[in-house]
Design a protein around this ligand. Structure first.
Ligand code: 0JX
Ligand code: SF4
Length: 333
């Protein structure tokens, strides 16, 4: 057998699960312990098939809408996903007498509050984000129809014509490209100098930190892999950041089996990161696959160390996680 070629993997840090994802997964695991199966989950708890399938095997049942929950199971809890929900969803759950646990990330809830605050102070709300994404649906759904305008691009920002240009406030989706968003906001601020920013930055710490690490690792990479799902906004942004920051090629992969080895030419440096919803076990699996084909050296590209930790709701704090649960919750199993 031919000798393995040397390969450096620049492993980004931070990568993978953020505090909001960790909390959301914990909520489902703890709810299963406390209330027994089935526990319903509205929408993928986080955008990752491995996580969803792991929870399904423990007794979680995923639905897109509350009316999919069969009448005979309406005494079982339903968990709302980390991305947040419009106000109509808890209202609907209450009208159906459902018991719900809200796993919306506290940083998404904070954006909801900022949007409500703008409106309370008489401002029309601009939401910078991607149409159709559940977080955007959730944030728009905090306010009555017509109170929020979605801006997706610089072109949208250039052509937007508000009724009252002096009374505008903005918030953004938490998982956007930091650089693209800065361009959109600068355009809006140029056109509407009175535009009010939210009291706190809407793009979250995890999104920012993962993009910073990718930016530092990408220059000179022959290939950059981001572990994440095609419906994961924050993961897709990492792929774009890698390519713009100098990686020759950048790809989103869900599992090691997605890598088409026949398409991988002569490489010596590979960048590797993972979106906020991607478990570390898949990062390990990918490193393992490279190690079977190359003589791998890992080079850590760590730009910061995260210490954020979000607690689950009081109702679930009396339940304890086993070491196996803990490994699943932190993505290592
Ligand atoms: O598509 P998103 O990046 O918003 O969600 P994902 O991939 O599930 O990541 C974790 C949840 C993020 C919420 O802000
Ligand atoms: Fe919360 Fe940010 Fe993670 Fe989304 S990506 S769940 S906003 S910490």
């Amino acid at each position: 057998m031919a000798e393995k070629k040397p390969l450096t993997i620049r492993l980004c840090g931070p990568r993978g699960f953020c505090a909001g994802v960790d909390r959301a997964i914990q909520i489902v695991v703890l709810a299963l312990k406390k209330y027994g199966a089935p526990v319903y989950v509205r929408h993928e708890i986080v955008h990752n098939r491995y996580v969803v399938e792991g929870l399904q095997s423990r007794g979680a049942v995923f639905v897109e809408e509350l009316n999919e929950i069969p009448a005979e199971h309406r005494n079982q809890p339903v968990v709302f996903s980390a991305h947040g929900v419009p106000k109509s969803v808890p209202a609907d759950a209450e009208s159906k007498n459902l018991f719900y646990l809200d796993a919306t990330c506290p940083l998404v809830s904070k954006v909801h509050k900022q949007a409500m605050r703008h409106q309370r102070l008489g401002r029309h709300v601009i939401l910078v984000g991607h149409s159709g994404h559940p977080e955007v649906i959730g944030t728009m759904g905090q306010l009555p129809e017509g109170a929020v305008t979605l801006i997706e691009t610089i072109e949208d920002a250039e052509t937007y014509s508000p009724q009252d240009p002096d009374n505008l406030g903005f918030v953004t989706q938490t998982t956007l490209s930091v650089d693209d968003t800065a361009g959109i906001i600068a355009t809006l601020q140029r056109r509407f100098p009175e535009l009010t920013a939210p009291a706190a930055e809407s793009i979250c710490y995890a999104t920012t930190n993962r993009q910073d690490a990718v930016k530092s690792a990408a220059p000179g990479c022959d290939l950059f892999l981001v572990v994440g799902a095609p419906n994961s906004s924050n993961s897709k942004r990492l792929v774009e950041v890698a390519e713009r920051s100098g990686a020759a090629q950048s790809l989103l992969v869900q599992r090691a089996s997605d890598i088409d080895w026949t398409q991988i030419g002569d490489i010596s440096v590979v960048g590797l990161s993972a979106g906020a919803s991607a478990p570390e076990i898949i990062v390990d699996e990918i490193i393992q696959s490279f190690s079977e084909r190359y003589f791998v050296t890992i080079d850590l590209a760590e730009t910061t160390i995260e210490t954020e930790n979000f607690h689950v709701m009081r109702d679930l704090r009396d339940m304890k996680l086993t070491s196996d649960d803990m490994a699943f919750v932190n993505g290592s199993h």
